[in-house]
Design a protein around this ligand. Structure first.
Ligand code: IMP
Ligand code: MG
Length: 180
């Protein structure tokens, strides 16, 4: 692991995930909830979050690739795995690891609405505001972080560090660049 600074401890995350789960449980009491996780980054957050939502729900995943192996978004969003359940008239909660430029979330929102979802809301572990390019409504935010490149608890850099239980700030000069 390269030089890193702890941003969120296991305890911080567990406490917040429990709170988010309780809020979502209240808000979706009378709904037909479908939780859609965005692979790969959301896999750990999603696993913890759904266990704190005390409702009948269904689970599906999409995979959106906007980063490739670089740490800056190229603005283009590709869906490389689609939702498999029928989303028509469903109340959908999108679960994201982190919202950065907002491009992924905006594209996903439009896509799910076009496919007939009744409602689409988002729960993101981290709202990182420094590079927002498009307006993104995030109804459930775990933590707001101003800047930096974060890894751990599902978040990666070149598919590494996802397995850490905490979230770290990866020091800029240690972030491998594309082709490096
Ligand atoms: P956006 O489309 O720019 O909002 O990018 C969203 C996606 O980029 C997230 O789902 C993450 O997979 C990735 N991403 C953005 N910022 C970070 C970061 O600080 N660490 C790891 N992945 C990030
Ligand atoms: Mg990623």
């Amino acid at each position: 692991m390269p030089e890193k600074k702890l941003i969120l401890s296991k305890e911080d995350i567990a406490r917040r995930v429990q709170e988010l789960g309780a809020t979502i449980t209240r808000d979706y009491e009378d709904s037909n909830l479908l939780v859609v996780g965005v692979l790969n980054g959301a896999f750990i957050f999603m696993a913890d979050l759904v266990r704190e939502i005390k409702l009948d729900l269904q689970i599906d995943f999409v995979r959106v690739a906007s980063y490739g192996m670089s740490t800056t978004s190229c603005g283009e969003v590709r869906f490389s795995k689609d939702v498999e359940l029928d989303i028509k008239n469903r109340d959908i909660l999108v679960v994201e690891d982190i919202v950065d430029t907002g491009q992924t979330l905006a594209a996903l929102y439009n896509y799910l609405k076009e496919r007939g979802a009744k409602s689409v809301r988002t729960c993101a572990l981290i709202d990182k505001k420094e590079r927002r390019e498009v307006e993104a409504t995030i109804e459930y935010v775990g933590f707001e972080v101003e800047e930096g490149f974060l890894v751990g608890y599902g978040l990666d850099c070149c598919e590494q560090y996802r397995q850490y239980g905490e979230v770290f700030h990866l020091k800029e000069n240690k972030v491998p660049r594309e082709g490096a």
